[in-house]
Design a protein around this ligand. Structure first.
Ligand SMILES: Cc1ncc(COP(=O)(O)O)c(C=O)c1O
Length: 431
């Protein structure tokens, strides 16, 4: 008899953001036009990468250059020096040698949890970007331990709850923040970040901050990097090119390690992540090669400012339209490009059976709903919304490891009229 070949954490791996696509594709074949609101890819949603950025990439690609070769495991020296110099301009000390490149942050997140001792757990937000919650859970072979982000308090966490959880769970070795947050668009205020630092210091934890949306905080003065506040506390900051250039296809993200010298165990752990990367040789070279030219170009700041303004306008419109629905709680995002909407209790109790757009879609919906538990209200809602309107959103509970039911859509739609129509359609569906 063969031993069990399935990894004990395999059951924890869920990625509903793409999981719902299969159902959407089936509906598409019945003639329903799908509005893809599930994936945070600005390029797929029709956003144009500026011509000057494409030109930098094209010039590099057209040369018989080193970008076709392997790069050093940690990443290209010039790219790391550029990032370190940029942090220093913001008053934060980061050494180029303490930066490690990955094939996108997805790769980095996998390595960070996989190479942590299986007995050490990371306390993360709920709801949360599912790569964090799923990989952390798989690493620990049990549910991801979470702290609640409260929609009734602007999606902010309760720091007393976090302190209590840390006290009651000695296995917690690190605290995770996603700032600006996906899926809520919340930005952690300075006082709360300082509380994270002080809890970490008190209980000898390390900190992880996924700041992939840092440059997409609508009001840049709202955003403070945890790297700037961590002082002596070991900290990992996660950044990347996917969302801000935007260039998700580049698969380019990196980790910044702060305060390695204050904690030898943390330094050994960081070293193991680097060794793990070394077994893969390196990460994609091309995006690192062009990173300084793109991020250092004066046009980059204007480009980011325009994108922030657009997302903020989308956020205001979404709150104006959906906020009028008596069934929904809508908190205006302060950054990133998502909107997380939750349901009021009486709407949850109503069950809301809805019919699909055509008889074939109805059959598909009925079959799909048979496999979705009755209490997975938001997953049923997202399937019904999809079958009735073609809008493909993601349920918060199964998609973002959330204890609060709701759904996430994006603020990415490039076409103004289509964005307005999508909002109106959701509102009409609910009413
Ligand atoms: C918070 C957060 N972190 C990381 C990622 C993954 O980014 P990458 O494309 O670099 O893998 C995403 C993607 O949506 C995200 O929302």
């Amino acid at each position: 008899m063969r031993v069990n070949i399935v990894h004990p954490g395999a059951g924890e791996l869920h990625y509903e953001i793409r999981g719902i696509v299969e159902f959407a594709k089936k509906l598409e074949r019945t003639g329903i036009d799908i509005t893809w609101e599930n994936i945070g890819d600005p390029v797929a949603k029709g956003e144009e990468v500026p011509a000057w950025i494409r030109k930098i990439v094209a010039t590099e690609v057209s040369q018989n250059s080193a970008s076709y070769g392997y790069s050093p495991t940690k990443g290209l020296q010039a790219a790391r020096e550029f990032i370190a110099a940029d942090r220093s301009k913001q008053g934060t000390v980061l050494l180029a040698e303490d930066i490690l490149f990955f094939n996108g942050l997805g790769d980095a997140i996998n390595k960070v949890y996989t190479w942590l001792n299986p007995d050490a757990r990371v306390l993360g937000p709920n709801p949360a970007y599912p790569t964090h919650s799923a990989i952390e859970a798989a690493h620990g072979r049990s549910d991801h331990l979470t702290y609640k982000l409260d929609p009734d308090n602007g999606w902010l966490p309760d720091m007393e709850e976090i302190r209590r959880t840390v006290e009651n769970h000695p296995e917690v070795a690190a605290l995770l923040v996603i700032n600006p947050d996906n899926p809520t668009g919340m930005i952690y205020p300075k006082a709360i970040l300082e509380e994270f630092v002080s809890i970490a210091r008190e209980y000898k934890l390390f900190l992880i901050a996924d700041e992939v949306y840092a440059n997409l905080a609508f009001n840049q003065s709202d955003f403070i990097s945890l790297g700037a506040l961590a002082a002596d506390v070991p900290t990992i900051i996660m950044r990347g090119l996917s969302k801000e250039v935007p260039w998700p296809g580049s698969r380019c993200g990196w980790l910044e390690f702060y305060n390695l010298k204050t904690d030898p165990d943390f330094a050994s752990y960081a070293r193991s992540i680097e060794e793990a990367k070394m077994t893969e040789v390196c990460s994609t070279t091309l995006p690192q090669t062009v990173l300084p030219a793109i991020l250092g170009d004066p046009r980059y700041l204007t480009h980011l400012a325009a994108r922030r303004a657009k997302y903020e306008a989308r956020a205001s419109e979404a709150v104006k339209v959906l906020g009028l629905s008596p069934a929904l709680n809508v908190v205006k995002p302060k950054g990133a490009f998502y909107l997380a909407v939750t349901f009021k209790d009486d709407y949850l109790a109503s069950g809301t059976p809805k019919s699909a757009a055509n008889p074939k879609a109805q059959q598909l919906l009925d079959t799909a709903l048979k496999d979705i538990p009755k209490d997975a209200f938001d997953k049923r809602f997202c399937h019904q919304l999809l079958a009735a309107t073609g809008i493909c959103s993601v349920p918060l509970t199964t998609g973002f490891n959330s204890t609060t039911a709701g759904f996430r859509m994006t603020l990415l739609e490039a076409d103004d009229n289509k964005f307005t129509a999508t909002l109106q359609s959701i509102k009409a569906f609910i009413s």
